[in-house]
Design a protein around this ligand. Structure first.
Ligand code: DOR
Ligand code: ZN
Length: 354
């Protein structure tokens, strides 16, 4: 007799799960919104929407305006709820954090170390200099989302996540024990170990690219700008640590695509932007990885249960169905005049959304 797990591996031709949410996505702004919102809403019921617009979404008022633009961009007949996030700066006031916590559309604040990534120039220079804001978040029970990389140019880009944990996160975590934190788009075994060493109010999101690729896929045999994202892909042992932890069904780890579209010309250039546009096939990418890891039975919890439980939101009641039907990722998509190369363009994966 085969085990239940191996039956799933060998026999599953279709998989129906609770409709998932994306706990980290970049939808950008108009004129791209009708495209990006439709792409995400085709799969996900809700998404934590990153606030790194130019200028960034630093106030509740800006977040509500952005929320309205997203809702207006949603095609008729689709359902989707954007979960808004405030962009933290050194000038954010504790009052703004209290107002955010009280606002029905705002669900978190985001810490970008200044200069760490796209549109992070207004971010925080010293993550150890804003303890009054962590205190306000803890008091108002509003989750803190972190781009966990140091910006110290002396630190090698492949070490920036580990050093962020050592230099800042351990201290912040210890000083604000009740603060709910998400270390976003984790890329290293160090981040996995950090999260595992903490109580349940420390969580992490994991992207499809960090599960499916390592830095060889970025740099070996030619440079691949469409695999360039931040935090940067790490060596294979770190990829394996991420692939291992998703097989454990630990509630502290959940889906966050970090789908981050850029125009083709901004990626394929001498100094290209970071970001992988994975939204259109995101769930099929995760299904592919979970199956490769022998953990398809845990996909639903990762994609649809752990996130809402952490954010204290109800789990979705609709379902989506994945079918074992190969899909080839288009070579390019036209987003209302902006040509975008989707992540894994031209590649084929075994799963499709029914
Ligand atoms: O690769 C990335 N792209 N990482 C980020 O942190 C930001 C994102 C973007 O906004 O393009
Ligand atoms: Zn992101």
């Amino acid at each position: 007799m085969t085990s239940a797990a191996s039956q799933i591996e060998s026999q599953t031709e279709s998989l129906t799960i609770t409709r998932p949410d994306d706990w980290h996505v970049h939808l950008r702004d108009n004129p791209l919104l009708p495209h990006t919102v439709a792409a995400t809403a085709a799969t996900f019921a809700r998404a934590i929407v990153m606030p790194n617009l130019a200028p960034p979404v630093t106030t509740v008022e800006l977040a509500e305006g952005y929320y309205q633009r997203i809702v207006q961009a949603l095609p008729t007949g689709m359902s989707f709820e954007p979960l808004m996030v405030l962009y933290l700066t050194a000038d954010t006031s504790p009052q703004e954090i209290a107002a955010a916590a009280a606002h029905p559309h705002v669900h978190a604040v985001k810490l970008y170390p200044a200069g760490a990534t796209t549109n992070s120039a207004y971010g925080v220079r010293d993550p150890d200099a804003i303890d009054h804001l962590y205190a306000a978040l803890e008091e108002n029970d509003l989750p803190l989302l972190m781009h966990g990389e140091v910006i110290d140019p002396a630190v090698d880009i492949f070490d920036r996540e580990r050093v962020f944990i050592e230099r800042h996160l351990l201290r912040i975590r210890e000083k604000f024990p009740a603060l709910r934190m998400v270390l976003e788009h984790i890329t290293t075994g160090d981040a996995v170990q950090f999260v595992l060493s903490q109580p349940k109010n420390t969580a992490a999101t994991i992207t499809p690219q960090h599960l499916m690729l390592n830095r060889n896929d970025l740099l070996a045999g030619g440079i691949r700008p469409h695999n360039y994202c931040l935090p940067i892909l790490k060596r294979r042992t770190h990829q394996e640590a991420l692939r291992q932890v998703i097989t454990t069904n630990d509630a502290r780890f959940f889906l966050g695509t970090d789908s981050a579209p850029h125009a083709q010309h901004a990626k394929e250039t001498a100094c290209g932007c970071a970001g992988c546009y994975s939204a259109p096939a995101a769930l099929a990418f995760y299904a592919t990885v979970f199956e490769e890891c022998g953990a398809l039975q845990h996909l639903e919890a990762f994609a649809s249960h752990h996130g809402p439980d952490f954010y204290r939101l109800p789990r979705n009641t609709e379902t989506v169905t994945l079918v074992r039907q190969p899909q080839t990722i288009p070579e390019a998509v036209d987003a209302y005049g902006t040509r975008i190369i989707p992540w894994q363009a031209g590649g084929t994966i075994p799963w499709s959304l029914a």
